[in-house]
Design a protein around this ligand. Structure first.
Ligand SMILES: C[S@@+](CC[C@H](N)C(=O)[O-])C[C@H]1O[C@@H](n2cnc3c(N)ncnc32)[C@H](O)[C@@H]1O
Length: 251
């Protein structure tokens, strides 16, 4: 596993072990937690939807509230996450949903999925926590590679990170992590990034993806403004495959 991923994976395992406060329900709140996923997916698919409801991919699935909602609408759902802890819990919480398949991601690409094979890709509250804008760009390119020609990609990313959360999420995090240790730092801090619309357009410009709509709203972190981007794949243009460090090593 590449070093960058190793660090990211350790951070997320730690967060999940500690009890990631905003993505983890108490057992009392489980019904509300699942309802929130149902509401979110219902809303998204009422705005735009793919031509077919065959295969969906929930990238950064956490405990699977969105994968669960997708499993009622699609024949098969891939729930992908960087954390074994999250995936284990997600599969226990959703063991009544037999059409969800859990996949551990420890790479900067989506090598495990074939070109043009997924009808709907959903990714929310994940990009903001990635280590760099380059990692976001690499995943977006891969999403478009694996998206079916008449499929739909919907991803969310903050357009701005508020001063306090930028401080807490980045500078302070990097400084305090070695001092406090991963566990203590993870209790209070989380990495945050944002993308301007020009940066999203720049990423899409080197793919055959086309932004068909964007909804502006708030991300959950300090109410920072956020984009929900809807993207389709334009046919007849080259498909880009991101070459991650692991790909290079495997040659
Ligand atoms: C804040 S949680 C959001 C969970 C879920 N999307 C939701 O909205 O309920 C972010 C999730 O992204 C996962 N994640 C972070 N980096 C990832 C990566 N590179 N690949 C896959 N999952 C990742 C984390 O483990 C975590 O489960």
């Amino acid at each position: 596993m590449a070093e960058k991923f190793n660090v990211s994976k350790k951070e997320w395992e730690c967060l999940w072990e500690l009890g990631n406060s905003y993505a983890q329900p108490s057992s009392k709140d489980l019904a509300t937690y699942f309802e929130s996923g149902e509401e979110e997916i219902g809303k998204v698919l009422s705005v735009h939807s793919p031509a077919h409801f065959g295969i969906a991919l929930d990238f950064g699935c956490g405990l699977g509230r969105l994968a669960r909602a997708l499993s009622f609408r699609f024949q098969k759902v891939y729930a992908v996450d960087i954390s074994d802890t999250a995936l284990n819990r997600a599969s226990k919480l959703n063991d009544d949903r037999k059409n969800i398949f859990y996949c551990l991601n420890d790479r900067g690409d989506l090598n495990m999925f074939n070109n043009a094979s997924i009808d709907f890709i959903y990714c929310a509250r994940v990009f903001q926590h990635l280590p760099s804008k380059k990692s976001v760009a690499d995943y977006v390119k891969e999403f478009i590679r694996v998206l079916a020609p008449d499929g739909l990609l919907c991803f969310q990313v903050p357009s701005q990170v508020r001063f306090m959360s930028r401080m807490a999420g980045n500078q302070v995090y990097e400084i305090l992590k070695p001092i406090l240790g991963q566990k203590l730092a993870s209790r209070f801090l989380i990495r945050m990034l944002a993308l301007k619309i020009e940066e999203i357009n720049e990423i899409l410009a080197c793919t055959n993806g086309k932004l068909i709509d964007k909804i502006e709203g708030n991300s959950d972190w300090f109410g920072a403004p956020s984009y929900q981007c809807f993207v389709i794949r334009q046919c007849g243009e080259p498909i880009i495959q991101v070459k991650s460090i692991e790909n290079e090593k495997n040659r």
